[in-house]
Design a binder for this molecule. Sequence first.
Ligand code: 6R9
Length: 574
Amino acid sequence: MSQAHNEMLQTVVSESNLGDYMEARSRFDWETVERHFTWHASGKVNMAHEAIDRHVLEGRGGKTALLYSDASREEAYTFADLSEQSSRFGNVLRKYGVAKGDRVFIFMPRSPELYFSLLGILKIGAVAGPLFEAFMETAVKDRLEDSGAVALVTTPELLGRIKRSELPDLKHIFVVGGGPQSDAGLIDFDAEMAAAADDIEVEWLTREDGLLIHYTSGSTGKPKGVYHVQNAMIQHYYTGKVVLDLRENDVYWCTADPGWVTGTSYGIFAPWLNGVTNVIRGGRFSPQDWYSTIEKNKVSVWYSAPTAFRMLMGAGDETIAKHDLSSLRHVMSVGEPLNPEVVRWGWKAYGQRIHDTWWMTETGAQLICNYPGMPIKPGSMGRPLPGIEAAIIDDRGQELPPYSMGNLAIRAPWPSMMAKIWNNPAKYEEYFRLTGWYVSGDSAYMDEDGYFWFQGRIDDVINSSGERIGPFEVESKLVEHPAVAEAGVIGKPDVTRGEIIKAFVALREGYEATPELKEEIYRFVKEGLSAHAAPREIEFKEKLPKTRSGKIMRRVLKAWELDLPTGDLSTIED
Ligand code: 6R9
């Protein structure tokens, strides 16, 4: 690292300017942010109207809203184009009787049609449920079944993963790019879109009406349907301004898929509520491809994740030298701890401080961040945004002093806070069990300047490449394999991915522990659940450590793996 870079890094980590921050906090009120929205006067809310149609009505219809590309397509759409395309899909849905409050899921790779569909769903006041294209049969079925989805948008390639006979609520499947459909219940998306009117009377809603459901993993039970409402737009808009620092002429790129909350809150809502040009790149990650995407589109604001930055770091600075990345003005990260090493590398390699941001599916938008103008301490998630109160509390809800490790908690509510867990009020209540607080499930500490430092998850949830994976879901799949008697799954630290999934498996009588069987079990999970949930490491064991009530003790498995003391074993069975 050159001398100049060292000095710049010093500035980045220099003494924080707490005065201004405290002043900004004291001046802040959500009411001022709300006044930006037309519904503040009318009382009529619709996210798609605010994010898209409003710009057309206010004379910005000709501005580029979406720059889409993948290996075979390269297309640009204005706000007026998006307004028309989403109106078309809204009309198509209405034609099939889909109405306000109905759940409509989207299961397809990134493409312009994915974005048209999602906005169209919102226009008629239906609730959108975006799913990762990587999900396999069981994962898709669990989510569609739990949400009671009535319609689905998908592609011909993915149709085979939808167990239609087991999903009685699912009445309509729109197939994108599949040509005319002969099968009952399957509808030709493209033909319907071409025939539909390109204007619509949007469904006017209240701010408590539904917006999205994102399924996310916990440590027990099936994935939880985190339900968000229209009110979240206040915070999407605000964080787009103060954290993403979006300005009129920015070209913004969020690398996340809409199957993950980052790909909706910050891949759709924040940029478009702020009227900014949004880049969507389809296809898979490769350093060359990503740098070309920045270069070709002249991306100025870039939001990605630690795993990606670590892989880019691994690809070497020669790759960077082949591209002109001078358009970059602001870079952010979310999803996992951002290593100080990566922050330092980013400063040297891109001349950019990578700004870490902390939030969750349940929180709907960013809460604790490093934002422009704020001194960064590499390794810290930053400070609570003005308008947000965060604290470290103990298990009884008492606030702890600086440097004590405890539960990272947020004073409830805030505008983008989830409104419920679909079909599961008890789960929802658990988050708010300590009066006045939302308990995140993360452990952290705060330093004397009010910066928060992430320590880990309190439960057994695994974070692999920024994706939350519930061990229970993987274990349930594993025991469906005929050879598997019992399975326990943990996250094992990994330099690139943060954690990888490791499974401990006890075999049924008569099965032999062979490498071929490991491979077969790995494929079984990959094909039944999803690639990102498949255990990259499998270890066979005679028996797994269990409590007397029969729960597999994952912390003991973890201790074995990491060569740590196993801790209290008083509840273990013989
Ligand atoms: C937006 C998103 C949430 C969990 C969260 C925490 C981890 C997210 C982080 C971070 C360390 C950060 N996480 N941001 N850990 N530093 N800046 O990621 O949502 O998929 O629900 O994950 O991810 O453990 O609790 P989600």
